[in-house]
Every structure is written in C-alpha cells, then in structure tokens.
Design a protein around this ligand. Structure first.
Ligand SMILES: *Cc1c(COP(=O)(O)O)cnc(C)c1O
Length: 428
C-alpha cells in the first residue's frame, strides 16, 4: 500500500490517522510517511523510500535503529518473559546506571511514559511541600497531564487557562504560566505567590519550542527563588536527559553555576532506548514521600517492565562509553555548521544551535529566547524547507516548534548528504 492509501485507511479507524497528533503532518501539510523499518540512521517508508532520520522516534533512538547490543538485550529479555508485576534485578541495574550519571538524585522511580513521570513528579512536589501552586513556562511541554495543559492568563503572574477541551478551569487554577527566560516575571510570581508555590517545572533546554536554552542568569535566579521560598525546582529532562550530555542539561548548568542542582528530575525518551520507559527522581527525603513509604500515591502495572529496562540499560551502557558524547556532539555540530553555511551561500536567513545530540534551526536573524519569538519565525519558509528535504530523503521534525536529533549511527557521509540536500532546498 502507498502512504496515501495507508493514511486513508488509518483515518477511518484512528482519530486523524495517528496515535500522537504531531505525526499527522498537520503543521506542514501533506501525507505522513508510514514507516516499515529502521536501520542505523535511516528509516524506510511503505513505498520503499529511504530517509535520513533526524527525529529518532522524537529522541529515544540515540544509537540509531537496530543497534546490535540493544537488539540482543531486548531479544534475550523477551525470551525470559514479558512482564511479571514483581520486582526484578534489572530495575535496580537501570536505576543504578541512571544515578551514576545524575548526582542530584539519590532515588528514582520508573514509570512508562514521560507524561506519567512529569505528572507523578508534580504530585510528589505538591505532597512533599503541602502546597498547591505550580509554575510552568509558555512553550515548555511536560506531557499531557491535565494540570499542565495550560496557557498563560492575561497579565504577568496570573493563573492560566486550559489549552485543551476536557480540562476544567478548576484543574488549572493552581497553575501559573510564565514567559521563558523572563527574570522579571519570575520575580513577580514569587513575590506574589511564593509562599504557595510547590514547584517550578522547566525544560532546561526547551525542545518543544524547537531549541531554546534557559539563560544562565535566568536559571540562577530560578534556583535562588525556589530555594528562598521553599519551592522545588523540577527539571523536565525527558528530552534533554542523556541526550545533550551524559549528565543531562543539569550537568551543563552545574558547570556554569557553582553548586547548582534541581530538586526533582524527570527522564524519558533516551533512558528507554525506544521502549515505553520513563523515570523521576530526587533526594531520598523527597522520594520517600512516595507510596509505599509515604502518603503520595503512585503506581503502574508495567512500571519497570523487564523488556523496557533491558532496552534502556543496553542503551545507557553504550552511551556511557568514553568519548561517546564528544563524537556525537561533533557530528551534530557538523550538521548545524553545514546548514548555516549552506543557508548563507544561498542568501537564506537561518540561525541554529545544538548541544550534544540535539539541535534546532530557525528561519530568523537571531536565536529566539521564548515561545513568542519562536512562533514569530518564518513558518511558511520552514514548511517549504521541510517538504523540500523530505522529497530529498531527509526526515526532519514536521513542525517548526520541534527539536531535531542526531544519532551516533549518523556518519559523516549522512551529514554531508543532508547538507547537500539543504543546499539544493535553499536554492530551490
Ligand atoms: C516527550 C516529552 C514529554 C512526554 O513524554 P511522553 O513519553 O511522550 O509522555 C514530557 N516532557 C518533555 C520535555 C518531552 O520532550
């Protein structure tokens, strides 16, 4: 069947033909590609067309597709049985492997999706502080828990409104939505609501508005305000964890800000290596507020699933090898520099940034600092570029507010082919 035929058939039985909205290509138009298989840095669609894959399942496939060590670990785990609903040694091994790279945490609980991890971290923060108010930033995505589907209210430091039907105003009445990288808004929110703020949740490098870094002064002030007011700082590293650096984005801020650490961290994507697995963790005193030890309830039938943990563990072992991230970062940097040079030669206005195996580019003169600036970049030009690249066998994220990912399976030749496709697309 062709992609068109499959999409037609899918739309009859699955809302919009997809099981997660951005897959539907609504932002860029056209027919989504139905993927048959992946291999290294490539994915292949139902019509046999090959693409260089810069989505990597939205982040997890940091080793590329079908990495031999991961495949072997998963096959072996499958042969032992799929799920037991009882503890297994591999859960300890995976948590130990995570803790070895993230010194801000002493304990971790495993769950099955980033949404679940962020939602649970929020409940834990509220339970541990005995407070209700949560702060998030416009343009950051933390999964689709009700309390997090919020847009900013009118005016600084006012409570938000639901962004989805089905979310009652009452559920978001404790959620404050602030502008990213805006220190004044942060100061005002804490001045007005500091005593009731349970936590501030942030994507330290926001990959759900393409690629926007929280500035060091902003992060430093955020840490000071949280500490000063007894609120927990929650790093949502579902995307950045084990992706921008082995120690996640928090390791970068710890280099820039002496003694810096978040109170809670949320992981997903890479730690599952392509299987449904996510986690949240922090200091023992906070984590032990969770059931069965403490009053904050949280549970999961498939949490710490033996096949998923085998996949995650094999992935983490590969990326923890010496030199892994340096090589990945160099490859990603090579892509970004190549794109910028190709754009410049063609007289196309482009900016780009990257960290580790994550990158973003914008049709704009300067790197955006917040959601409003991201959405003001040239969307029409992005959409044309997306389709020009797709036609040339390069699969970029199908929306201008999504980050891109390079895997260690991408070779210099893949990067060179991508830059050549970009040069041809810019020229067209
Ligand atoms: C992907 C993502 C989530 C949600 O994870 P799911 O596994 O899709 O539920 C949460 N936060 C961030 C930063 C993400 O990138």
């Amino acid at each position: 069947m062709t992609n068109d035929e499959l999409f037609e058939r899918a739309r009859r039985v699955i809302p919009g033909g997809v099981n997660s909205p951005v897959r539907a290509f609504r932002a860029v138009g056209g027919t989504p590609r139905f993927i048959v298989r992946g291999d290294g840095p490539y994915i292949f669609d139902a019509e046999g067309k090959r693409y260089i894959d810069y989505i990597g399942s939205w982040g997890p496939m940091i080793l590329g597709h079908r990495h031999p060590a991961v495949q072997a670990a998963v096959h072996a785990a499958v042969d032992e049985g799929l799920s037991f609903g009882a503890p297994t040694e591999r859960e300890i091994e995976l948590v130990e492997a995570i803790l070895a790279q993230v010194p801000s945490m002493e304990q971790v609980r495993l769950v099955s999706s980033g949404t679940e991890a962020a939602m649970s971290a929020l409940r834990l923060a509220r339970g541990a502080t005995g407070r209700n108010v949560i702060v998030k930033f416009e343009g950051c995505y933390h999964g689709h828990a009700d309390a997090l589907l919020v847009k900013a209210g009118s005016g600084l430091a006012t409570f938000g409104h639901p962004t989805s039907a089905g979310v009652p105003e009452a559920v978001v009445q404790h959620t404050l939505v602030l502008e990213y990288n805006n220190v004044a808004a942060l100061d005002e929110a804490f001045a007005r609501h500091g005593k009731t703020i349970a936590c501030v949740m942030i994507e330290p490098i926001a990959g759900n508005m393409n690629f926007v870094r929280a500035t060091v002064p902003f992060m430093q002030r955020l840490r000071e305000l949280c500490t000063g007011h007894g609120a927990l700082l929650v790093f949502d590293e579902v995307m950045t964890g084990f992706r921008v650096a082995l120690g996640g984005a928090q390791s970068l801020y710890a280099q820039a800000i002496p003694g810096f650490a978040p109170d809670l961290s949320v992981f997903g994507k890479v730690i599952g290596g392509g299987m449904p697995l996510a986690a949240f963790g922090g200091k023992r005193a906070v984590m032990e507020q969770l059931a069965p030890l403490g009053p904050v309830y949280q549970a999961g039938t498939l949490s710490g699933n033996p096949v998923a943990t085998a996949c995650g563990l094999a992935t983490l072992r590969e990326i923890a090898k010496p030199g892994y991230f340096d090589a990945l970062a160099a490859r990603t940097r090579g892509l970004v520099v190549g794109l910028l040079e190709a754009a410049q030669s063609a007289g196309v206005m482009l900016t780009a940034d990257c960290e580790g195996g994550m990158f973003g580019f914008f049709f704009a003169a300067e790197l955006p600092q917040n959601y409003g600036e991201v959405m003001a970049t040239d969307r029409e030009r992005f959409n044309r570029f997306f389709h020009a690249m797709l036609g040339r066998g390069v699969y970029l994220a199908p929306a201008l507010y999504e980050a891109g990912f390079v895997s260690s399976a991408h070779t210099h030749d893949d990067i060179a082919a991508t830059v050549a496709a970009a040069a041809a697309s810019f020229a067209a």
